[in-house]
Design a protein around this ligand. Structure first.
Ligand code: GLC
Ligand code: MG
Length: 416
């Protein structure tokens, strides 16, 4: 969050399972489309917030299987934890302290154990501020009528959330995905970083609270669970700022960006034209995302092995432009483009994909930029493999160390 000085252009709050992540799509088609869109057009001035029922550990494990971008903020365990994800992951202790008011986990466990229908979820799904069970809907409805009163008599204020026809969470009264988001928005406002554009995205019961945030636009993805649709019917059907997408998962999120006019909604993955991917107005993040999409198509053999593409790439970049690899190795960009020749079609059999994460840039001088990003390679069906490396695409040698050599300002985007 610290990287933004003022209000974010957009705050996008997305649930993960069956919202951003489509478990029925092993190719991750729409997630990869979303990733390219976010990194090309939103990362530098907007905030990406994940809001999930998963614990932090479980969310991180999902990230080993699915190409998930690094969010700015992760709200985990149905709002029980908030973590800021910069170079380090920092948990919000103030939020934890707030949740501890009128909460006593032992009492919750004791009182819930008196309902035999409640089957505790595994230990890994239990948290200090989240006690979770499996239960059928009809029992959940009955228990929800009486349990809050019983606990209140013992000084414990709870919120109960039922999701997906099986998951039952007992949380501190202030918690939940909505409680955590309201707290976060208040915090951002106090820091002068409130945004007038907030989009919340969900698919099931524990997401309903997100749609209660009055200033937010909302999208229920097309594959939303009936419990969320029913909640919407009963509570928000006249709110024009909440829509049911016609597309699934991440594609539904992209659809909402377009329908609410919240910013670009064409993913570079949808519009890549290997021959003419130059833009009118220079946008370094977009250029780099497109550059790597071309690289993906080249290595996958999806574009012809034609020298004209490589010449075109060269014409977009300065002969003086340099890549700085995290290992410290530097290479002229034009040399790197020449090396591509031997890689054509090399990833053909592997379902080879590249996705970039945390694409951030700085303007050094009128035509010089440093763009920094993480590059992930993804190949094969299962298990999914990731090779993570950080590459700095540099307009200069600034990163190599001012002491070692005086910075030589060479341009990546010269001659445009
Ligand atoms: C996730 C959590 C689970 C919770 C459910 C609904 O699946 O792992 O503990 O009950 O979300 O919120
Ligand atoms: Mg979900």
């Amino acid at each position: 969050m610290d990287r933004l000085d003022g209000p974010p252009r957009l705050i996008l709050v997305a649930d993960l399972d069956c919202t951003l992540v489509d478990h029925d799509d092993p190719e991750n088609t729409h997630l990869l489309r979303f990733n390219a869109l976010w990194e090309a057009h939103y990362r530098h001035d907007s905030l990406l917030v994940y809001s999930t029922g998963r614990s932090m550990l479980s969310y991180l494990n999902l990230g080993k299987k699915k190409p998930l971008l690094t969010p700015d903020i992760a709200i985990t365990s149905v709002g029980s934890e908030i973590a800021y994800c910069g170079e380090l992951v920092v948990f919000d202790d103030v939020w934890v302290a707030r949740l501890s008011e009128m909460w006593n986990r032992d009492i919750v466990v004791e009182e819930t154990s008196k309902f035999p229908q409640l089957e505790p979820q595994p230990e890994r799904s239990q948290e200090q501020h989240k006690v979770s069970f499996y239960v059928e809907r009809e029992h959940a409805v009955e228990i929800m009528k009486v349990l809050p009163g019983i606990l209140m008599e013992r000084g414990v204020d709870v919120k109960m959330v039922y999701s997906n026809d099986y998951a039952f969470d007992v949380l501190p009264g202030k918690s939940g995905k909505g409680g955590a988001l309201a707290y976060l928005l208040e915090k951002l406002e106090n820091e002068g970083k409130q945004s007038s554009n907030i989009l919340v995205c969900g698919d099931s019961g524990n997401d309903a609270e997100l749609f209660n945030i009055s200033q937010a636009y909302g999208v229920m993805v097309s594959n939303s669970h009936k419990e969320l649709l029913q909640w919407h019917e009963e509570n928000a059907k006249d709110n024009p700022n909440i829509i049911l997408a016609s597309e699934r998962c991440a594609a539904g999120i992209i659809e909402a960006l377009q329908r609410f006019n919240l910013g670009p909604s064409f993913s570079p993955r949808d519009v890549l034209d290997a021959e003419h991917f130059q833009e009118e107005v220079l946008d370094p993040a977009h250029e780099v995302v497109q550059f790597y999409l071309f690289y993906e198509k080249w290595r996958s053999g999806e574009v012809d092995k034609s020298d004209k593409y490589l010449q075109n790439l060269k014409s977009l970049s300065s002969p003086l432009g340099i890549f700085v690899h995290p290992s410290g190795v530097e290479k002229p960009i034009h040399e790197w483009i020449d090396d591509l020749k031997t890689l054509h079609g090399e990833g053909k059999e592997k379902q080879f994909h590249i996705w970039l994460d945390r694409v951030l840039f700085s303007h050094i001088s009128s035509d010089t930029w440093i763009v920094k990003f993480d590059k992930h390679e993804l190949s094969g069906k299962s298990p999914v493999l990731f090779y993570k490396s950080v590459i700095e695409l540099s307009g200069g040698k600034a990163k190599a160390g001012v002491d070692a050599h005086p910075p030589i300002m060479v341009n990546w985007f010269l001659f445009r």
